[in-house]
Design a protein around this ligand. Structure first.
Ligand SMILES: [Zn+2]
Length: 57
């Protein structure tokens, strides 16, 4: 399992997403960002930050 803590990118956000693969976690993180933060379009910089913040769960 892989996981990503949203607080890595958005200060103070308690959101954590988990998935089987890095790609799945990226997708879930994008969905969370859209839903919780109104970020419907993630910039390449944000995607890179999310990717870098993914860790083994
Ligand atoms: Zn968040």
């Amino acid at each position: 399992m892989k996981q990503f803590a949203c607080a890595t990118v958005v200060d103070g956000c308690p959101g954590v997403v988990r998935g089987e693969t890095e790609e799945e976690v990226l997708g879930l993180a994008a969905a969370h960002a859209a839903e919780a933060h109104g970020m419907s379009d993630l910039s390449p910089e944000v995607v890179e930050a999310v990717r870098a913040g993914i860790s083994d769960a």
